[in-house]
Design a protein around this ligand. Structure first.
Ligand SMILES: [Zn+2]
Ligand SMILES: [Zn+2]
Length: 240
């Protein structure tokens, strides 16, 4: 059955005949989508990465005006980082370094995701990446900020944005139909990224980042990319 959101967004002709399987039918409403989302490992880990520092931050107390300012500043910071990581890390091609093939897990997972966009298990960040990123985030914010409470605020906000990224990305791969213009922009952009041209529309949480960074062209002026499913990586690239 055709996913209605795609028909509404006017890009179904691009996708016709290329879809390996349909989106999972059980996530048509937000509660259904949330129940399905938290069945996967990465969302559970990211929820913990929000709740743990949040609990410690509340116990520490001593909130100042800098806490909300810092938390708000992390929103655009995350969005730009998300765009950059999607473009340069998730789409990184395997490279030979001193004769050895370097092909990180997150890039392999993302290529699998482009090949099978409706396979939900490949939508999420690998658990190993989340388990490594959290202590790195803790160390960096502790080093960058003058007090432990402010660092805890930053760690919580940063993890919240990571969870928001996983959620918005996941939702675009379900049959949930956009009800707001904001989410419709996210959904449309990401489906164009998957089915029209992988070199555009890298944003998720703040989709306007693609407008600012000039990766949100008029889709009618863009050719369907022949590498939209493979990201330009063939089996030859994977041989040392
Ligand atoms: Zn995707
Ligand atoms: Zn991609």
């Amino acid at each position: 059955m055709r996913p209605p959101a795609l028909v509404d967004l006017g890009i179904f002709s691009v996708e016709l005949g290329e879809r390996p399987s349909a989106p999972r039918a059980e996530a048509r409403t937000l509660p259904q989508a949330a129940a399905l989302f938290f069945r996967f490992r990465s969302p559970k880990l990211l929820a913990l990465a929000v709740l743990l520092p949040l609990a410690v931050r509340v116990i520490a107390g001593g909130f100042t005006i800098w806490d909300p300012i810092l938390a708000l500043a992390i929103v655009p910071l995350w969005s730009i980082q998300e765009w950059w990581m999607h473009k340069h890390l998730l789409h990184a091609k395997p490279r030979k370094v001193f004769g050895r093939l370097v092909d990180p897990t997150f890039a392999k997972r993302h290529r699998a995701h482009h090949r099978r966009p409706w396979s939900l298990s490949e939508v999420f960040l690998p658990s190993s990446v989340v388990l490594l990123a959290f202590p790195v985030s803790v160390a960096l914010w502790m080093a960058a900020l003058p007090t432990v409470p402010l660092a805890l605020t930053a760690i919580t906000a940063y993890s919240m944005m990571a969870l928001a990224y996983e959620w918005t990305h996941f939702l675009t791969h379900t049959p949930y139909k956009p009800k707001s213009r904001y989410y419709a922009k996210i959904c449309r952009g990401h489906r164009l990224h998957h089915f029209k041209n992988e070199q555009y529309w890298y944003g998720f949480t703040i989709p306007y980042v693609d407008d600012v960074l000039r990766t949100s062209p008029d889709q009618s002026a863009i050719e369907v990319s022949p590498t939209v499913r493979t990201l330009g990586v063939t089996s030859d690239d994977l041989e040392v």
